[in-house]
Ligand binder design. Sequence first.
Ligand code: PLP
Length: 420
Amino acid sequence: MEQKLYDQFGLSEKVIALANQAEQQVKEQFAEVEKRCEVNTLKVLNAFQKNHISEIHFSSTTGYGYSDIGRDTIEKVFAEVLQAEDSLVRSQFISGTHALTVALFAMLRPNDTLLSIAGKPYDTLDEVIGIVPNQSSLKAYGVSYEQIDLLDNDFDYEAIKKRLSQKNVKLVEIQRSRGYALRKSITLDKIKKVIETIRQVNSEVIIMVDNCYGEFVETTEPTQIGADIMVGSLIKNLGGGIAPNGAYIAGKKELVELAAERLTAPGLGKEVGPTLGINKSILQGLFFAPSVVASSLKTAIFASKLLENLGYQVQPRYDEKRSDIVQTIEFGAPEKLIKYCQGIQMGSPIDSQSIPEPWDMPGYTDQVIMAAGAFTQGSSIELSCDGPIRPPYIAFMQGGLTYQYGKLGVMKAVEQIMSK
Ligand SMILES: *Cc1c(COP(=O)(O)O)cnc(C)c1O
């Protein structure tokens, strides 16, 4: 009977045996993930209780959205969980890129310099910054951009110190997750160390962390260790697979206010923004988020071990410390990358009958293949896998609302790359 179910899903005995072997080999790592999950769960539960969350906070506003008690309380809860002074949690943010854009335009003015100290930022920021020309970029408004590359997966502390003892840098950007780059995610220990280094020479510069994919992976967040402002997406970690869209900005009160005045209008700030029925979903998403992030991490650790056993280069390895939910697998050739992504799609609950193909996606430089059979379009806290079609043909996989769905999706993808 059981065997029939696996047959129906299209898994061979060989892949099932390989998967169970890999799962046995990662028991210790799974236990560590569960432990961190409990700590993050406590953070959420304490924040709900401290803010007396009750049914009234599930109510909603329309129109201008004045006096939305649910929205205002959600922002207190997020601030509490992230140990930030304040937060802006809005469905009017279209995406993580939009929230990062709002934050950058809110804090940078003509003749200022934006300094990225973790190499080139995420691909979708190229046109925002003006690395790729755009008439509405920061560069077009007179904001210049400089970058200091990572050295051996760590910050170039000397170069950072030297540049920040000179003038004009208004904002330092640190991207925690690896994005589409061949580097590791940056652990909170390292972020803490670099913030301390920056503060030795410069007390004024705004330190902003792109926290996308990072929330609840460790048990501390950047705003707890001295970052001034931090940005993330709600169709990633903190949305818990429940939030229908949106993003957040959290940090110093005056910086959150600047961001609010950029998102809405000067003089309006945080006071407006209708919630149109999503307050309960935002709260419920945050409630599930620690567990969903843990499921994503277990899916990633499992895939890492299984594909390593099959001879592929993976990053991170199953027993390495993680600071984001992204798992990469190097395929070395476009066909296997495409097949793996197609297998992830075939293993999804939604749109499993669609076959993804590489396409020219707005905001990205190379063709990209994306597998996402998700309840929420584009959600990458749900099991999803994508990769730019460029050597060395790396799949970037993330998400998994539950570990079992994640595991089965990965098995289905492995089945595809193993079949002729
Ligand atoms: C996802 C992500 C973003 C923003 O992406 P959106 O798709 O616009 O939400 C920015 N930076 C990093 C590191 C990301 O992972």
